[in-house]
Design a protein around this ligand. Structure first.
Ligand code: ASP
Ligand code: MG
Length: 424
């Protein structure tokens, strides 16, 4: 029964439930697993019920992936999922052993046992339903439920995985369904920073961010939270607290924008060098051409990100450029060679050595001139901008990969992100 319930016969919702997720570095070895167990016990003593989600230990998932590729050049997706889910099975059981040694009742659950039901797309399955009865029962019985992250069971009853970094999504989904007061994401960094501190030593931890800002940050290279988990948190209003499992100090809260609070114009600078650029030259400018190009890429499951089409010139031709993940480049080029012939475009070029630098901030919506200032900063550093894209609260520039770090440092300085609450 939940603590505080009058009688075991009356079902009673937990007064206060936390979901705590621990990433691979937080459970990298036996000592770390024991430290995590100590923290869970501490949290329980402070009065919260706890549901835990864990990732595989350290680089286990990478190692299993590598092993699969040693056995097979193109591992069967169903078997790959069966293999990868083994990683989280190891960490849930070890963590439960450590909890039980600390006189804390604990039960481990695979994704399937936890009721994480997904669609059937192996390797990138989407959660379609969470049937959390067993988790609720465990919590009501006074147990800490320890759930394997990143995995589920499909509507066809096969084991699936949610895509790399998917444990965050498991945690947020469980927090939503269980009505947890927060989802704590414990990691090896202290929170979400104004920029990558390895590039900008003065970077500062942001105490809070709106879902929208975090979405744009995750989508443009902020590596702290998986994009899909942020979408899930926003759609279900789950407050997320990103914090360190090494210092246990408070980190960054990601939650609903507070309209009564003044929004920082810029919250952070992100960067991402994982994409490559493709340009198709002299594309005839007529209806249906863009549809042909991007349908062909979509059919080959190439994830297109930024797209730029220029105004057509007198001969009614235009260049079309777009970015794709570097690992998709060979596949995208094969598709484009066919398309180029089909639509009678003049040429095809590509550049894998690009990077994207983005400014993210909710205050941009009501503050003109941010884009101009960003371009001026890059110009003063002699950095050439190859592509530009914007959303309501983000401006991104594609630059040469070799200019990325310089651009991040210059923007962080120009927008005074090292000062609390201070930007130009
Ligand atoms: N173990 C999986 C991965 O490394 C899931 C996760 O860590 O979130 O991607
Ligand atoms: Mg991970």
């Amino acid at each position: 029964m939940g603590r505080g319930c009058a009688t075991p016969l009356v079902p009673c919702a937990s007064v206060s439930l936390l979901v705590q997720k621990f990433g691979g570095t937080s459970v990298v070895d036996a000592d770390r697993i024991k430290a995590v167990a100590d923290h869970i016990v501490r949290t329980r003593r402070e009065g919260d019920d706890v549901v835990v989600v864990v990732s595989a230990m350290g680089r286990t998932t990478d190692e299993l992936e590598r092993l699969a590729h040693e056995v097979s050049p193109a591992p069967a997706p169903r078997e790959m999922d069966m293999l990868l889910t083994a990683g989280e099975r190891i960490s849930i059981s070890l963590l439960c052993m450590a909890l039980i040694d600390r006189s804390q009742r604990a039960v481990s659950f695979t994704g399937s046992q936890a009721g994480i039901v997904t669609d059937t797309s192996h390797g990138k399955a989407k959660i379609v339903e969470v049937r959390a009865d067993r988790i609720r029962d465990a919590v009501a019985a006074g147990d800490v439920a320890v759930v394997a992250g990143f995995q589920g069971v499909s509507t066809a009853r096969d084991v699936t995985t949610l895509g790399r970094g998917g444990s965050d999504t498991t945690a947020v989904a469980l927090a939503a369904v269980l009505g947890a007061r927060a989802c704590e994401i414990y990691t090896d960094v202290a929170g979400v920073y104004t920029a990558d501190p390895r590039i900008v030593p003065e970077a500062r931890i942001l105490p809070r961010l709106s879902y929208e800002e975090m979405l744009d940050m995750s989508a443009t290279g902020g590596r702290v939270l998986a994009l899909r988990s942020v979408e899930f948190a926003r759609n279900h209003g789950v407050p997320v607290h990103v914090r360190s499992s090494f210092t246990w100090q408070p980190g960054t809260w990601v939650e609903e924008e507070d309209p009564s609070m003044e929004q920082a114009i810029i919250s952070g600078v992100t960067h991402d060098s994982s994409e490559a650029k493709i340009t198709i030259q002299q594309v005839p400018d007529r209806p249906g051409v863009a549809a042909t190009i991007f349908r062909a890429l979509a059919d080959e499951l190439v994830n297109v990100d930024m797209i730029v089409q220029n105004v057509s010139n007198v001969s009614q031709h235009t260049d079309v450029s777009f970015t794709v993940p570097k690992e998709d480049l060979p596949r995208a080029l094969r598709v484009m060679e066919k398309v180029q012939a089909e639509i009678a475009a003049a040429g095809l070029s590509h550049d894998p050595a690009i990077g994207r630098v983005s400014l993210v901030g909710a205050g941009m919506k009501s503050h003109p001139g941010v884009a101009a200032q960003m371009f001026e900063v890059l110009a003063s550093e002699g950095i050439n901008i190859e592509m530009i894209s914007t959303s309501a609260i983000r401006i991104s520039c594609v630059v040469s990969e070799t200019d990325v770090e310089k651009a991040v440092r210059a923007l962080h300085r120009a927008f005074q992100l090292e000062d609390v609450g201070g930007e130009a």
